[in-house]
Ligand binder design. Structure first.
Ligand SMILES: *Cc1c(COP(=O)(O)O)cnc(C)c1O
Length: 359
């Protein structure tokens, strides 16, 4: 199978080799060193300030989102949240569940965030802002500088979910002024699922210190205390953390975050050009795309039928959409261990389907 989804994605041989090894005991100086090196490289690739910290939580990306909300926000906050798809909706539901007062900026699927969406909220006493940098469900890449500038002007604490855009599109956490950056192990990091990563600016550390977290497992006070010596309060997904270490060093050796972002951009550009070249009956449905994924509307067939056919008849996974977009949109990812040749095979499959009159 070739995997063109947005996670889990294909891993490099070195990362996969770790998966075959015995899982080592972890209360050791060796594992602590691995963790501290992971922290150092995440800080470097996310371009955090020197005094920022990183924690690794054993949960999927959604657990990272909930960890950020529970530890950094309180009932005294007044939050703004961008909801342009299912991940934005998840933030909205988390704010509801944890009783954080909020206002939703609802965007139609595929729509970019524009200055006019933020204008009504200037100087209205908002204290926090949450958004996906890339709303993966619809493939919309939001203008993070627009949001960062709004937050600076309005003194808003910014929580950015970069789960599907970290290492795919440029992001400078210090420059944007974000308080929290959340990512996960199974998107562009291309490791097994199971680890959420949070980069925390000093503004986040101050909030965590002051807040009471009503969940022991996800309490960042405990995670931060342990991470001072490269450890975690509970048994973490040791194997995945070792995979992350190998992967981060692999990226470093290949030229760092910039090179990885460029590689991802090349794959996206190649695939998008092929769609145009062959005049395939697919429309791009996003006003502002990330390098991570191309969201497509097939004009002559059901998107879900295409997903099933590509899976069952051609041995490849493209990424189906859920809910109301099940039959209208599918996505093709550009993250993980993929090559131009892999895209040639996918394009050949689409051409074959056209030959057969399916699309
Ligand atoms: C994948 C993803 C998540 C959720 O991650 P899980 O690991 O499935 O919990 C959250 N936000 C965005 C933007 C994502 O792409």
């Amino acid at each position: 199978m070739i995997n063109f989804t947005v996670g889990p994605v294909q891993s490099s041989d070195a990362v996969r080799a770790i998966g075959a090894e015995q899982v080592p005991y972890f209360r050791t100086s060796e594992f602590s060193e691995t963790m501290l090196e992971n922290e150092r490289l995440i800080k470097k690739f996310a371009q955090t300030t020197e005094d920022s910290r990183v924690v690794f939580m054993t949960c999927s990306g959604s657990g990272g989102m909930e960890t950020a909300v529970m530890n950094c926000l309180s009932k005294e906050d007044k939050a703004l949240v961008v909801n342009g798809g299912s991940f934005g909706q998840r933030f909205v539901e988390l704010l509801q569940l944890h009783e954080i007062p909020y206002t939703e900026i609802k965007l139609e699927p595929g729509r970019a965030l524009k200055p006019e969406h933020l204008a009504p909220f200037e100087n209205q006493g908002y204290t926090a802002f949450l958004l996906q940098k890339h709303e993966t469900s619809t493939g919309v890449h939001y203008d993070i500088n627009l949001v960062g500038d709004f937050c600076k002007r309005n003194n808003c604490f910014l929580i950015v979910d970069t789960i599907s855009t970290f290492l795919c599109d440029p992001f400078n956490m210090a420059e944007v002024g974000a308080g929290v950056m959340i990512t996960g192990s199974q998107k562009a990091l291309a490791c097994a699922p199971g680890i959420a990563i949070l980069a925390l600016a000093p503004s986040a550390l101050a909030r965590i210190e002051k807040n009471k977290c009503c969940c022991q497992y996800l309490d960042l006070k405990l995670a931060l205390k342990n991470m001072e010596r490269g450890q975690t309060p509970w048994t973490p997904a040791v194997g995945i953390l070792r995979q992350i270490n190998v992967r981060l060093k692999e990226i470093e050796a290949m030229g760092g975050a910039e090179a990885e972002i460029a590689r991802c951009a090349e794959l996206a550009k190649y695939f998008r050009a092929k769609i145009v070249e062959h005049q395939l009956p697919f429309e791009i449905v996003s006003e502002s795309m990330s390098n991570a994924v191309t969201p497509l509307h097939p004009t002559t067939a059901s998107a879900n039928d295409l997903f099933l056919k590509i899976k069952d008849e051609y041995g490849m996974w493209i990424c189906p959409n859920g809910g109301s977009m099940k039959d209208t949109v599918f996505r093709v990812g550009h993250i993980g261990y993929l090559t131009f040749k892999d895209y040639d095979k996918l394009i050949d499959a689409f051409l074959d389907l056209r030959e057969k009159g399916v699309i």
